[in-house]
Write a protein that binds this ligand. Structure first.
Ligand code: AMP
Length: 139
């Protein structure tokens, strides 16, 4: 893990300006500087964890409490009819800032972009084994 402060920690600390939406002891939220749609918001923990699976239970639970409240406000204020929550972990997943963040991306009737993907077949035997292994591995 890098010792350098992430750009988001610098935003939390006020070193870099942001269009702030929400702040409490654990969570900070602000407008994305390069929005995918009007009202694109980022919600981040103050804890400088790079990936979701590194985040403490305390920060995770505080994020979980705040996220729906911010989503509700975003859709009420923007008039969005739908929204996506996107949370990228790792370069292959499209993560560019290595400080946990949730994107709230509002969608409108005129929106053309959607997060859909090509699906593959789920083999029964493989699925049974995989589900059991992941389940047994949960700490
Ligand atoms: P990701 O690709 O999931 O890591 O998303 C990083 C997001 O951070 C991108 O959508 C950027 O537009 C956004 N971003 C980067 N720097 C800033 C900044 N200074 N203020 C607001 N948003 C930022």
């Amino acid at each position: 893990m890098s010792e350098e402060k992430s750009i988001f920690t610098r935003i939390i600390e006020g070193e870099i300006p942001s269009f702030k939406i929400f702040e409490n002891e654990y969570v900070y939220s602000f407008l994305d500087i390069n929005p995918a749609s009007p009202g694109h918001v980022l919600v981040i923990p103050k804890e400088p964890a790079p990936y979701l699976h590194d985040l403490s239970p305390e920060s995770s639970s505080e994020l979980g409490k705040v996220l729906p409240r911010i989503c509700k406000s975003v859709i009420e204020i923007t008039g969005a009819t739908s929204y996506n929550i996107i949370q990228n972990n790792g370069s292959e997943a499209g993560q560019t800032v290595f400080h946990v963040h949730f994107h709230i991306i509002p969608k409108y009737p005129e929106t053309t972009h959607s997060f859909t993907w090509k699906t593959m077949k789920l083999d029964n035997k493989v699925a049974l084994e995989l589900a059991q292994k992941i389940s047994d591995n949960i700490e």
